[in-house]
Design a protein around this ligand. Structure first.
Ligand code: PA5
Length: 458
């Protein structure tokens, strides 16, 4: 495993490279230092008061060891794990599975999976998908992991009720060996059921919200079930925390990334942030990141209660696939985007392109290269085309996709978003819009105590 720090290259946003109209000067960036210092102080204060929990997660090594042991024990005889959860209770685990094990994981034969079970994330409540899953998964070989911080989200809990009933009907008292609950330590319906049924359960710390919870059991337990090294994941996050300990924009790449994005959104009319990994395995990480940006920064009110209606729109794209879908828009369309490439330096596999034909033809230029080379050249060519068209480009370099670099990436983006919340002056850790949708749904479904929301809608 390559244990090196991720790199951050912001040359592609500097006016020397993309021109003054769309580029930034170093002075412009550094002029944010005092605001960043103030934001940092506030975050440190909140952390000390116990208000923001994600800062502490990389240091919970003992918990990670316990999770690993429990996962190894419980997966004996299990062929399929089904995670019930949505949003922050699902995206982190999925990002981990796809990054470390590749998106092909569930198609791999058991030997390639080193004996670890399949790992499915139900997420949506589309009845077609859920009924197929129920047909596919024999309960006696399935572990159901239900994840909900609130313990009440309609999507997750309706799936839970269906699976609980199925497990009980088919396995009787064996049920408790096939069900794990991950939820708030004290509150919510799921915690009550876990207590009443003595289910195996893990806590999500009260001060950690869904989208910041990937380094709690929410992400760690499903990851450990499929043999991901969660201790090294935390080690990577600790490395990033150490690297970004001080607010200095010359060393703190998370804050620097936050300042550049904030400035483009608020001062340069570029509210669309594209995250474009050149790696299939990192596409789910881009999904995770999209939620982190959107739910944290899309806010109506600032912390003083003034209406601000702020927040960038995150977009995810995949290199090279989306070069043939969205890139034309990025290169020649409106000047409203900031594009970040996630570039992997050492790929975990490669294939040589052969020349099976004896005579030269128009494909001969491809031969004697590897797919990895082609991948790298395509990314370079795309970056160049963007920069020569005065489009801001950032590059996050990932030495290799592994637990150590993933841990860094999760923490890097969480810290960036926390700082952006400070710059916008909003609370990056709540989600009143999402909560509103949830209570309206409860009302429509006839939940007791929520009748008034139906009246409001009428
Ligand atoms: O980030 C968040 O807070 C949300 O996306 C939640 O994770 C999502 O709504 C699911 O909530 P819960 O974990 O309470 O079921």
């Amino acid at each position: 495993m390559i244990k090196r720090g991720i790199t951050y290259d912001y040359h592609g946003v500097l006016s020397d490279f993309i021109g003054k109209e769309h580029g930034l000067s170093r002075d412009e960036i550094i002029s944010y230092q005092s605001r960043v210092n103030a934001g940092h102080q506030r975050l440190v204060g909140e952390r000390k008061r116990g208000g923001i929990g994600f800062f502490e997660l990389p240091y919970r090594e003992a918990e990670a060891r316990e999770i690993k042991e429990k996962a190894q024990e419980i997966r004996q005889g299990i062929e399929n794990c089904l995670v019930l959860g949505i949003g922050g209770s699902s995206l982190g685990g999925k990002a981990l599975r796809d990054a470390i094990k590749t998106p092909l994981y569930n198609l791999m034969p058991r030997k390639m999976r080193e004996g670890t079970p399949h790992l499915f994330f139900a997420e949506n409540i589309d009845p077609e998908t859920i009924s197929r899953l129920l047909e596919m998964l024999p309960m006696e070989k399935t572990l159901v992991v239900v994840i909900s911080k609130s313990g009440g989200t309609a999507e997750t809990m309706s799936q839970f009720l269906i699976l609980y009933e199925r497990l009980k009907r088919e396995l009787g008292r064996e049920l408790s060996r096939h069900l794990v609950a991950i939820t708030d330590p004290e509150k919510g319906a799921l915690r009550e059921i876990a207590r009443a049924d003595s289910l195996i359960s893990f806590d999500i710390p009260g001060n950690v919200g869904g989208r910041f919870s990937v380094l709690t059991p929410v992400g760690l337990f499903p990851a450990a079930l499929i043999g991901i090294d969660i201790e090294t994941l935390l080690e990577g996050a600790r490395a990033m925390a150490g690297r970004c300990d001080l607010p200095d924009l010359k060393s703190n790449i998370a804050y620097l990334n936050g300042v550049i994005h904030y400035h483009y959104d608020m001062k340069r009319g570029k509210p669309l942030f594209v995250l474009m990994p050149y790696a299939d395995s990192l596409l789910s990480l881009a999904d995770w990141c999209r939620q982190l940006y959107a739910e944290s920064l899309g806010k109506r009110f600032d912390r003083e209660g003034r209406e601000v209606f702020c927040g960038p729109t995150p977009i995810r794209a995949l290199g090279t696939t989306d070069q043939h879908s969205q890139l034309q828009l990025y290169i020649e369309g409106p000047f409203d985007k900031v594009i970040t490439f996630l570039r992997v330096e050492a790929l975990r596999g490669d294939a040589e392109i052969p020349n099976p034909f004896s005579s030269d033809n128009s494909l001969s230029y491809l031969a004697n290269h590897s797919l990895g080379q082609l991948f790298g050249f395509e990314q370079r060519a795309t970056a160049h085309a963007l920069v020569e068209n005065h489009r801001p480009v950032l590059t996050v370099g990932v030495p290799e996709i592994n637990e150590y670099t993933l841990g860094q990436l999760f923490y890097f983006y969480e810290l960036q978003v926390a700082m952006m919340g400070e710059l916008y002056g909003i609370d990056a850790f709540n989600q009143p819009g999402v909560e509103r949708g949830k209570v309206l749904t409860y009302g429509l479904m006839g939940r007791k105590g929520y009748e008034k929301y139906v009246k409001e809608m009428e």
